[in-house]
Design a protein around this ligand. Structure first.
Ligand code: NDP
Ligand code: 2IT
Length: 464
């Protein structure tokens, strides 16, 4: 396309005009440039390996240095978050916002509050978000942020003071047309409220600067449900490709937070039988099924009482597997909805051995690379997070649209759009991931499908 390319030395071996020779060589470059960021390396490697053959067929991306540019965040903001605890003592946390790629729209992505949060984790999440947001069909760039603040055991007032301090700094970097954060682990409706309140107070403007807002102050119906519902809609599409559905299927779900709760709700609606939930302490296994009433109990336990999942086992007299994840139980569908790297290679093999034919990821990067290899080798239906959990950010995009228009759509309207978006993402995965033998490699499909729109936009915008 006549793009002026300045050929520069490649990677660690400065040799004029040398192009990356392999995905492996590219990864060596990424690791050398970003030392110690293992989760970020993992996320990049998955993408680069699957888009590599496509890049060979379309070398103009390589010539314009798109791979090197796409792995470098446009901006990383790191700041101090000082706050006063209930004893009047000063506490200090780290605050982050990664503005990863804004070539197709304002940066968009959640905030995670968890003691494990660091630069590597937020860069992996921001990188994934770039491709995920592209897949949604909506105009959103990719970003992520958060803090190593641990909301567990903190009083409501402490959480509020922390959120106010966090936003006091973050507000200068974000805006409804610049960067629009939302929730993730440890950030739900309560935190979004405190964050929005402080933004509004400091900027004196009522705009759609955050999504996941309360329904009375600019939120969208179905946003709380969207990630869980979307993951199940995506899994249903995958099952449909084999003439199958959720009806009568036993389903293992991990986590017990926002995504897990609404995944269970939608599985029940579609006639499946959810049998597990978990948190960072252990798993409950209820072979009779987590029905509507039990789910209400979990929602109250987790969202209001902020209790632990073992309390479910005591209330409903079922098995509690201390320190275990759910992947040892018999199930036909698995929905990892807790966190990254929560399905090991051995656990992936155990799932397949126990009859699991479909894995759809509500969480981001929950399966380790060896686990993904198992699923692809066994040719089960495997929907990676950036495709399967895109429903959350998709409805965030719909919340932004409603805010811009200052109107609110009905549940049916938003749910209908969400369902259609998940079907469209599935079709994109089929388009770019269907192999000659008919097997759909959703990893390749999602990565290539997500990449093209962002890469082409980067070419259009020049070397910026
Ligand atoms: P929540 O904070 O509501 O729930 C998180 C759940 O996962 C809790 O049950 C938590 O248990 C468990 N968990 C968190 N960290 C760990 C850990 N290190 N080991 C074991 N269990 C853990 O978060 P969400 O439900 O919003 O997020 C869950 C996953 O879904 C994350 O990967 C997130 O990135 C992803 N996601 C979320 C979206 C959203 O819209 N919220 C959108 C797309 C993806 P405990 O209480 O013990 O910490
Ligand atoms: O990982 C994710 O997609 C999210 N946490 C949701 C992001 C958003 O902006 O709604």
């Amino acid at each position: 396309m006549g793009f002026p390319v300045q050929r520069r030395a490649w990677g660690l071996i400065p040799e004029e005009g040398k192009m990356p020779s392999s995905a492996k060589a590219f990864m060596e470059y990424v690791v050398a440039k970003n030392p110690g960021e293992k989760e970020f390396h993992q996320a990049v490697e998955e993408v680069i390996e699957s888009i590599w053959p496509y890049l060979q067929q379309h070398p103009h991306y390589l010539e314009a240095r798109i791979p090197e540019r796409i792995v470098e965040p446009e901006r990383v903001i790191l700041f101090r978050v000082p706050w006063l605890d209930d004893k009047g003592q000063v506490q200090v946390n780290k605050g982050y916002r990664i503005e990863f790629n804004g070539s197709i729209g304002p940066y968009k992505g959640g905030l995670r509050f968890h003691p494990t949060v660091n630069l590597s984790i937020l860069k992996f999440l921001g990188f994934e978000q770039v491709f995920k947001n592209s897949l949604t069909t909506l105009p959103m760039g990719g970003g992520k942020g958060g803090s190593d603040f641990d909301p567990k055991g903190k009083s409501d007032n402490e959480v509020m003071r922390f959120c106010q301090s966090f936003m006091t700094e973050l507000q200068r970097h974000i805006g409804p047309n610049t960067d629009v954060p939302a929730g993730d682990i440890g950030v739900g409706g309560r935190e979004i409220g405190y964050l929005f309140g402080q933004y509004k107070r400091m900027r004196n403007e009522f705009t759609g600067v955050l999504t996941g807002k309360g329904i009375n102050w600019g939120g969208s119906l179905i946003r709380p449900e969207a990630t869980g519902y979307g993951t199940v809609y995506f899994a249903e599409e995958m099952l449909n490709t084999r003439g199958d559905s959720f009806k009568g299927k036993t389903v293992a779900v991990s986590g017990s937070g926002n995504v897990a709760q609404f995944a269970v709700e939608k599985v029940l609606e579609l006639g499946g039988l959810p049998v597990t939930l978990s948190d960072s302490n252990g798993t409950i296994y209820d072979p009779k099924g987590i029905d509507r009433d039990k789910l209400e109990y979990v929602m109250d336990l987790k969202n209001i009482k902020r209790g632990r999942i073992h309390e479910y086992a005591e209330k409903y007299n079922c098995e509690y597997q201390e320190g275990q994840r759910p992947w040892g139980v018999e199930c036909t569908v698995a929905l990892p909805c807790a966190t990254q790297n929560e399905v090991s290679g051995e656990e992936a093999a155990a799932l397949v051995k126990n009859g699991c034919i479909c894995i759809a990821e509500g969480a981001n990067m929950p399966t380790v690379p060896e686990g993904i290899d198992v699923f692809l080798k066994e040719k089960v239906l495997y929907g990676p997070g950036k495709a399967a959990n895109a429903g959350g950010v998709a409805v965030s995009g719909l919340e932004m649209s409603q805010n811009s228009m200052r109107i609110g759509w009905t549940r049916e309207e938003v749910d209908g759009r969400l369902h259609q978006i998940m079907k469209d993402i599935h079709s994109t995965c089929v388009k770019y991931g269907k192999q000659e033998d008919g097997f759909i490699n959703y990893v390749s499909g999602a990565n290539i499908g997500g990449f093209i729109k962002v890469a082409d936009s980067m070419l259009d915008l020049g070397v910026v």
